[in-house]
Design a protein around this ligand. Structure first.
Ligand code: CLF
Ligand code: SF4
Length: 411
């Protein structure tokens, strides 16, 4: 491994467990289209409280992505990696390549990282390498088409659609050929595997041995997140114990990633601290009725400001701002007067039930009702829907993290 790659590896928050608390990655969501359909994926939701791959609040053009990187870099000097991870498959979108080209030219010191399902990898491996990509992730859920046929409902290649085992076989062949090429070129390949109990869990050790024989650098086993509106919505996620057992077993064969945060396609920051909402463009409507791309104001806006008498803080322990709006189990409410904050009450939120799909908005409205007397809400993160709902009710939303202190209340 050459020196440059070695130091990039040491500072890559996903590939190095030591780096994940020190260095940040930024995903640029430039790739909306996908060429397959996984039975666990539904990309229509847009909410940071459902943090998972395939979800993003906005799609950027390559030029907008570069502009955003410029702005983020100023705020996050420890940014090291620019990743393209969706919200569709990066290799099914020409914009991915244009973005890589632009980023490589303007920020040669940043590491480029791409995450793909692998279907279009064989024909793109050299192109990616030529554009400076040395870190590549392939999400691969089966090394047997009989298993893959239960995970993927559709694979589209060269204008044709393939289903069931036939589609899974085609995908598998592309993944294997593509991984082999990337390893030979000198890329560090990571394999992401989604663990689906009853579908591929028993098969995963065999899959891991196969990818190990291809020379992959590291494997990451992620738990299924059952999502409303997908084939797997009724399936259960593996328990942490089941997943740990499987990782322990597979670690006998290959290096295992254990600090994955299942990021959004527009995640920004340290792995455990998504700051994407801080850098959301304001003023552009998802339905396309906002200003055109040329007119759109590019300044990246921090949610901020306003005077308040009551402030609600999303906290799990009463000491730190550490929760997102939709997944907080508790808000502490303070009254702020003459720059002094006085604790008033704790508002507990019922988080015992899993909230999916259409129930999500109701859950958000219920929390907003509980905090109706507060004019400022301080959260670690928030999705665009809850953020719009709160601002529509006249609240000021502030994104912050770390200890609750004087700064939390300097309004
Ligand atoms: Fe992004 Fe993925 Fe690159 Fe990391 S994420 S493209 S390798 S820079 Fe990391 Fe996020 Fe887990 Fe992915 S924590 S989902 S493994
Ligand atoms: Fe969704 Fe990614 Fe699967 Fe495409 S490859 S269907 S974006 S999970």
């Amino acid at each position: 491994m050459d020196k440059k790659l070695e130091s990039a590896l040491e500072e890559h928050p996903c590939y190095s467990s030591e780096a994940h608390s020190k260095f940040a990655r930024m995903h640029v969501p430039v790739a909306p289209k996908c060429n397959i359909q996984c039975n666990y994926c539904n990309r229509k939701y847009d909410c940071s409280n459902e943090s998972r791959p395939g979800v993003t609040s906005e799609v950027l053009s390559p030029e907008e992505a570069v502009e955003k990187i410029r702005a983020v870099r100023k705020e996050i000097p420890y940014l090291r990696v620019i990743g393209i991870a969706g919200p569709g498959d990066p290799l099914a979108n020409e914009e991915t390549f244009r973005t890589l080209e632009l980023v490589n030219k303007e920020f040669p010191d940043l590491t480029l990282c791409v995450s793909t399902n692998g279907l279009a990898l064989p024909e793109n491996a050299e192109r990616l390498y030529g554009l400076g990509v040395r870190f590549l992730t392939v999400t691969m859920n089966a090394s047997d088409p009989r298993v893959g046929g239960r995970v993927y409902s559709m694979v589209r290649k060269d204008g044709k659609t393939y289903r069931g085992e036939e589609g899974a076989e085609m995908l598998l062949q592309s993944q294997l050929d593509g991984i082999k090429k990337c390893v030979e070129l000198g890329m560090l390949v990571k394999i992401n595997i989604v663990m689906v109990p009853g579908i591929n869990d028993e098969h995963i050790p065999e899959l891991v041995r196969m990818v190990k024989s291809l020379g992959v650098y590291i494997v990451n086993i992620l738990p299924l997140i059952p999502v409303e509106g997908t084939e797997f919505s009724g399936m259960r996620a593996p328990t942490p114990e089941e997943r740990k057992r499987l990782m322990d077993l597979c670690e006998l064969d290959v290096k295992m990633m254990r600090h994955c945060r299942q990021c959004r396609a527009d995640a920004i920051g340290l792995l455990g601290e998504d700051r994407s909402q801080e850098f959301m463009r304001m003023g552009s409507c998802q339905a396309g009725c906002g200003p055109s791309a040329e007119e759109r104001p590019m300044p990246l806006v921090k949610l901020d400001g306003g005077r308040a008498s009551k402030v609600a803080v999303a906290t799990s322990d009463g000491k730190n701002i550490d929760s997102g709006f939709g997944n907080a189990s508790r808000f502490d409410v303070y009254e702020v007067r003459n720059r002094n904050a006085e604790f008033l009450r704790t508002v507990a939120v019922d988080t015992s039930k899993q909230v999916v799909g259409g129930q999500h908005r109701q859950h958000i409205e219920d929390i907003a009702d509980l905090l109706d007397d507060c004019s400022v809400i301080v959260v670690k993160e928030i999705g665009s829907m809850p953020s719009k709902l709160l601002t529509g009710r006249g609240k000021t939303v502030r994104i912050s993290s770390g200890p609750i202190g004087r700064e939390t209340f300097s309004l």
